[in-house]
Design a protein around this ligand. Structure first.
Ligand code: DC
Length: 208
């Protein structure tokens, strides 16, 4: 079974996808990490994110064993990822890895922006997770604050809005709900409530 979880920045889709995968014993891929790692690799090699050739080469050489790098989780890495994610050849280079991952054993849960529309258009279940900008910024702020980061709520809100606009307006595989995706608004839900709501959607779809 393949489950596609898409949504904007900091919508909680990663936490949700991880829990769903654990529940069903499926693989889990946070596809945002692939884009974050490509941007990291460009910068580490001394390149500029605006350099198409450097970004495409980094995407073609991506090493998935480096995705657990904790530096990939910060807002700067997210913004950098969103920049290189506009490049069609970068997206194309990452497609095979994502599709092969999805086809493993019992299946997988993938979260991202274009899983239901491009990567796995035949996914058994597609959920598009949303939440208000303010709720998403608040959650991110608490996360960062807990780690002792000094970034402000206003900075996180601006980052989320900038990234959503870039991800939604790019010409290739923009952030969008697939026509057959079920919307899940988590603005007023905590992580447990969001999980329960997502499980209801899945069980209704696959028949318990
Ligand atoms: O999910 P995330 O915040 O880690 O993603 C970081 C950026 O990567 C996001 O702003 C856009 C890009 N991305 C994408 O274009 N397609 C995906 N499937 C996942 C992420």
């Amino acid at each position: 079974m393949i489950i596609a979880i898409d949504g904007p920045a900091a919508s909680g889709k990663g936490t949700l996808a991880k829990r769903i995968a654990a529940h069903y014993g499926l693989g889990w891929l946070d596809t945002g990490l692939l884009y974050r790692a490509v941007a990291r690799d460009v910068v580490v090699k001394g390149g500029r994110l605006e350099d198409l050739g450097a970004a495409i080469a980094a995407a073609r050489a991506i090493d998935a064993t480096t995705l657990c790098d904790p530096h990939l989780r910060g807002p700067r890495a997210g913004d950098d990822a969103s920049m290189i994610a506009k490049i069609p050849e970068v997206r194309a280079a990452l497609l095979d890895y994502q599709r092969t991952f999805a086809q493993q054993g019992k299946g997988a849960v993938l979260d991202g922006r274009d899983i239901g529309t491009v990567v796995c258009p035949d996914a058994r279940v597609k959920i598009f997770v949303t939440a208000s900008d303010e709720a998403r910024a608040r959650r991110r702020f608490l996360e960062h604050h807990g780690r002792g980061d000094t970034i402000t709520y206003e900075e996180l809100l601006a980052d989320i809005r900038r990234r959503d606009a870039r991800d939604s307006n790019r010409s290739v595989a923009p952030l969008a709900a697939a026509p057959d995706a079920i919307l899940l608004d988590t603005t007023d839900l905590d992580a447990d409530q969001a999980f329960v709501a997502a499980m209801k959607i899945i069980e209704k779809k696959v028949g318990k």
